[in-house]
Ligand binder design. Sequence first.
Ligand code: SAM
Length: 681
Amino acid sequence: MSKILNRPELDWDKQGQPFSTTFQDRYFSAVSGIEESRQVFLHHNRLAERWANLNSDDGGHFTLIETGFGTGLNCLCAADLWLKTAPSNWQLHLISVEKAPLNASELQRALALWPELSTLSEQLQQQYPPLLTGQHQIDLVPDRIRLSLLFGDATEMLEQLRASDHKAWRRTGNAKADAWFLDGFAPAKNPDMWQPELFQILADLSTIGTSFATFTASGAVRRGLQQAGFEVEKVAGFAGKREMLRGVMQSEPEVSPPTDNARNRNGIAPWSLNPNPPAQQKTVLVIGAGIAGCTTANALAKRGWQVTLIERHPMPAAEASGNPQAVIYPKLSKQDSDLSRYGLHSLLYAQRFYRPFWQRDDYGQQCGVLMLPSSAKQRSDFTAIGERFADSPQLVQWVDGDKASTLAGIDLSADGALHCPSMGWIRPANICAELIDHPNIRHQCAEVDHLQNRNDEWHLLDKNGAELAQAATLVLAASHQVGKFEQTNHLPLKSIRGQISTVTTSSASESLQSVICGDGYLTPAHQGHHSLGASYNLNDHCDQLRHSDHLANFAALKKTDPMLADALNADLDSIDGRVGFRCTTPDYLPIVGSAPDPEAMRERFAPLSKNARAEIPLPGIYYPNLYLNCGHGSRGFSYAPLAAELLAAQINGEMPPVERKLRDALNPARFLIRGIKRGKR
Ligand code: SAM
C-alpha cells in the first residue's frame, strides 16, 4: 500500500476525449459522455426520483460506489444531481475505486470538456490527491458531498470496506451501499476486474433495495450479479448500444461458502469486529476538547448528531493541544508500515482539512515545511524518500541547499532538504474553537470522574457521584484521562513531557518563510515570536518550565542548522515557553474505535496465549456504543482529522474512510490481543 500506481496509457482523440491504449477502450461514449453518464448510471439507478423522495424531516446519508473513477465524470454528474434533488440535511458519500488514476493535468484536460460541471470539477481538482495507493478523502461540497477515492485494484480496495475478512463474518457489521455504478472497461477487454470475487464483495456491501447500473450486457456479468443476489434486467443501452444491465438486490443475499483464497488466511480470530448494533438516538457525549475531541465533535455534528462536549477547562485546547503554533508535517518513510501509511494518509487528509482555515487570517499558514537531515544516513534516507515520491512533488520533493535557503527566506547551512510545499503550521486554539462553534454542539465545563452503563445509556458522574450527563453513545477523547476510567484503564497510555521555547524574533529571523524541522522544529514568526520545540521526556511529570530544556531546544536547533540558530540570536535568559504532556502508545499509533471489554476479551481469546494462530471464529466483545480517540502523541494535529472521520463514520454506520488493515492497527483492542498472545494479563 501507499506505493505509486501504474499510470494509464492514454491517447486523446480529435474531440479531445481520452482513450485507453492499454485496454483499447474509451472512457465514455464518443456521442456524449455526460448524456451517457446521466442515462446509464443516474437514470437506471433511479437516482433523481429516489433522492427527491428522501425524508427531509430526518437527515441521513446515501452511499454510492463506483468501480473505475476514470475522469470523475460519473461522480461529478451524480454530485450535480444530488445538489439539485436531495434534501439539504442529507449527505452523499461517493466512493470510487481506480487502479490507474489520471494525473492532475490529464484530469484537468478531461474535465474541461464539461463546463456545466466546472464548479464541482474545480473542487475535485483542488483536492485531487497524489497518485498513491490507499483511501483518499475529499470534501467535494462541505457538509453535503464527500468523495472517497480508493486508489488500487477494485476487488482489493472494496474488500477493505468490509468490517471483517473472516470467512464466517464477511457480511456482518458492514455499512451498505445504496447504489452501484459498475463502470470499468468492457469485460472482454478488462476481464481481470469482472471476477466472481468482485460480485461477492458487491453482495456483501449491499442490502435489500441496493441498485446497480452498468453499461455492459455481458452474460458473465449478468450471471455474476444474479448469483450474488441481484435481480437483473436488460434494457436498451445509450446511443444505439443495444443493451445494458440494471437491477436491484431483492433479498438479503446468502452467505456464500468461503473461498480458499489468500485473504481468508488472516481470518483466524476476527477480534477486531464489533457486532453491537449502533445506537438509535443521534445524541453523543464527547469527553475532552483537545484536537481529538474537537474534530470528533465537529465530524458528528456535521452528520446531524447532537453533541455534548465535556471539558474540565473552560476553554478548548487547554492541555497538550494548546501550543501557540503547531506544525503539520509528515513522517515519511522509505518503507511501508502501518505507522507510515496512517501517517501519510492522515497527513494528506489533514492538509485538505486545514486548507479552508489557511485561506483565512489567524488560523496559521500553509507556508511549506523544510525537513533538514541531521546526519549523513538521514540525508541518504531523505533523498531515497524524494525518489519514492518523485511523482508527488506537491507532497514532498528533495531540494538542494540553495533552493532550501531560498524557500526558507534565510540562509541555511543545510546542503539539501525535503520540502513539503502543502504543509505548514496552525493556531490550535483558534481552530479548536472554530470546530466546536456549531449549532449541534453544546459545551459543558465539568470534570468526569467515572462512567456507568445503565439501561443502555452511558452516565457520567463527578467525584461525588453526582450525575453530569447521559446518552447512549460516548466518546472518550480526553488523552491521559482516558486511563483513569475503570472501563479503559487497561490501555497502555504513555505520557511524554514536551516543552517548547517561545523566542522573540531577531531582524534576521523575521524573514523566515517556512517551518524548519530537524532534530526539533522552528516556526516562522507569529506576533513577533517563533516557536521552537520540543523536548521529549518519557514519564516526566514536571509541569514547570525548565531552563535546561530551553537550552536543549536551542542545542537541537544548532545541530539541525547552525546558521539558522545564529540568525535567531536568542537571549536565553529571557526566554518563555510552555509545557504539555503528549499521550502516546507503545506502537506510536493512535487509539481509535470501539472500546473493548477487557475481561470478556481475555476470556474469549484465551486460546491465543497457547497458539497465536488459534482458530477462534468469534468477533470481539466491546462495550455498547463506547468509543475511543486518543494516543495521538506529538502528531495530534496531523492524525486527529482523519481519526475523527473514521470514528464518526463508524458511529454513524457509514463506509469507513480508512482501510480495514489500518483500522485494525488503530483498534483499541490490539494491545489486549497482543498481551494475550504474549501470555500477559
Ligand atoms: N467512470 C469513469 C468516468 O466517469 O470517467 C470512466 C471509467 S473508464 C471506462 C474505466 C476505468 O476503470 C479506468 O479508469 C480504468 O483504469 C479503471 N479500471 C480498470 N480496471 C480496474 C480495476 N481492476 N480496478 C480499479 N479500476 C479499474
